[in-house]
Design a protein around this ligand. Structure first.
Ligand code: ARG
Length: 467
């Protein structure tokens, strides 16, 4: 490496880059994680240049061999990354030239770092989306097995976090499943716009070499070459969309986390989180803290932040590439790492959740959860709904005063509020009767939850990523 100026662009410079500026403008510390994509892109580019008559077969083979060796060195940890060489692209290109000589300098023909970096990021995000999709499916698989075990487990359903109506735990878990199905679709949809190839746009206007963009596109398994060179090098919509899909996923996971944290408390006592997903306190020996869901809940914040970073990064940028865009990587990569970590933790933890059936049931018994069932019963007997509402309200007030649930009152006690009430009322006042009566698609009746689980298995089977 020449000390005077950067060897890859230093021709027109009369003094070396200021040492601080070199560090300030370098991205190699964080963009080296795209080394594989950079090498794949370069191999495809070299093959295309050869087909176009720009490189000879021997030159192409030297380039491919040299890049292969570099890959091995990087993966063994023996590759020497240099801040002076700015980024992953110039580090690899300089190493190639050192290895194979002058031919290494020909690789960059008809290409710019602007289309190179945009191509690398898209390849990288594409790989990560595929991993995320598989991990969402693994988590959903875990939800199905939990829901299956819990189809008959009765718990209170909440609105305003107040006991509303009884539901089954399986039904609640299948609500999470629905959220994740939408997340899955969002990532699949995002992938379509990630999978467009910038390579060939060069710096901004295209290139004078007879390049074959369809060939590189096919070699790199992109669905199409980008249709406009200016847009190709400057577009980061795909990164924003990725962070948006990630934000919604993390929002869902923060909601699930909040429920798990509440339910694991002594006050709710609805679930046991296996010890391996919890930690203790250094001062309070009795503590078992639900760290995993707490952290996932917290990590949603940083992913939202990254979405805002990228939107703000792109705001008002004139066409085409601007150095600002180097700032796309850290938010994007941290989003990827965060999503991977959260999904992995949840996919391991969710199928291992243990319900505390007695506590759930007792909680459902406490909040007059079958009050709506009594009102519906009265309506079936000919009482207008508003009058039924009033009758049940009075029955509940009586229950509160007596410390008893509706199902624990005698027929005579209930009849003081309405003469329409008969002995058959107790069928609807039990928790089992209440959930079983909500027997339609999407309802909480155990046989409907069983059907939802079957549909869930069918859905996962249509995906290519389920192990
Ligand atoms: N490291 C740069 C980035 O991440 C690569 C592209 C730089 N292009 C340039 N002309 N300076 O965006």
């Amino acid at each position: 490496m020449s000390n005077k100026t950067n060897q890859q662009w230093g021709g027109r410079f009369s003094e070396p880059t200021d040492a601080f500026v070199a560090r300030f403008t370098a991205s190699v510390e964080f963009d080296q994680r795209m080394y594989l994509q950079d090498i794949q892109g370069s191999i495809a580019h070299a093959k295309m240049l050869t087909a176009a008559g720009v490189l000879t077969d021997a030159e192409r083979d030297d380039i491919i061999r040299g890049l292969g060796e570099i890959r091995v060195e990087i993966e063994r940890g023996t590759f020497e990354w240099s801040i002076a060489l700015e980024d992953v692209h110039m580090n690899i290109e300089a190493a190639l030239t050192q290895k194979i000589g002058i031919t290494g300098k020909k690789l960059h023909t008809g290409r710019s770092r602007n289309d190179q970096v945009a191509t690398d990021i898209r390849l990288y995000v594409r790989t990560e989306i595929d991993r995320i999709l598989a991990e969402i499916s693994r988590l959903q698989q875990g939800m199905l097995s939990l829901a299956e075990r819990e189809v008959d487990t009765i718990m209170p359903g909440f609105t305003h976090l107040q006991t509303a109506q009884p539901v089954t735990f399986g039904h609640h878990v299948m609500a999470w499943f629905e959220m994740l199905s939408r997340d899955y679709e969002r990532f699949v949809d995002c992938r379509k716009r990630v999978n467009i190839m910038p390579l060939g746009a060069a710096a901004l206007a295209g290139t004078t070499y007879p390049i074959d963009r369809n060939m590189t596109c096919e070699l790199l398994s992109f669905s199409a070459p980008a249709g406009n060179s200016l847009d190709a090098v400057s577009d980061r919509d795909f990164a924003i969309e990725f962070c948006a899909a990630s934000s919604i996923l993390l929002m869902h996971m923060s909601r699930m986390s909040e429920e798990l944290v509440l339910w694991a408390s002594a006050q709710f006592d609805f679930i046991n989180l296996p010890d391996r997903f919890c930690t203790g306190s250094s001062i309070m020996p009795q503590k078992k803290n639900p760290d995993v869901p707490e952290l996932v809940r917290g990590k949603s914040g940083r992913v939202y932040g990254h979405l805002m970073s990228l939107l703000t990064l792109m705001k008002s940028q004139p066409l085409a590439y601007n150095k600002d865009n180097q700032e796309d990587k850290e938010p994007l990569f941290d989003t990827i790492d965060t999503v991977n970590g959260c999904l992995r933790a949840f996919a391991d933890m969710v199928p291992a959740l243990e319900s505390r059936k007695d506590s759930m049931r007792n909680a459902a018994m406490r909040g007059f959860a079958t009050a709506t069932d009594l009102a519906d019963y009265l309506v079936r007997k000919g009482v207008a709904f508003r009058d039924a509402h009033e009758i049940v309200g009075k029955s509940v007030a009586f229950g509160i005063a007596e410390g008893r649930d509706l199902s624990e009152m005698t027929l005579v006690e209930l009849q003081q509020f309405s003469a329409e009430i008969d002995a058959d009322v107790f069928e609807v006042l039990t928790l089992e009767g209440s959930v079983a009566a909500r027997d339609h698609i999407g309802g909480t009746a155990p046989n409907q939850v069983r059907a939802a689980v079957v549909r869930g298995h069918e859905l996962l089977a249509t995906r290519g990523d389920v192990a």
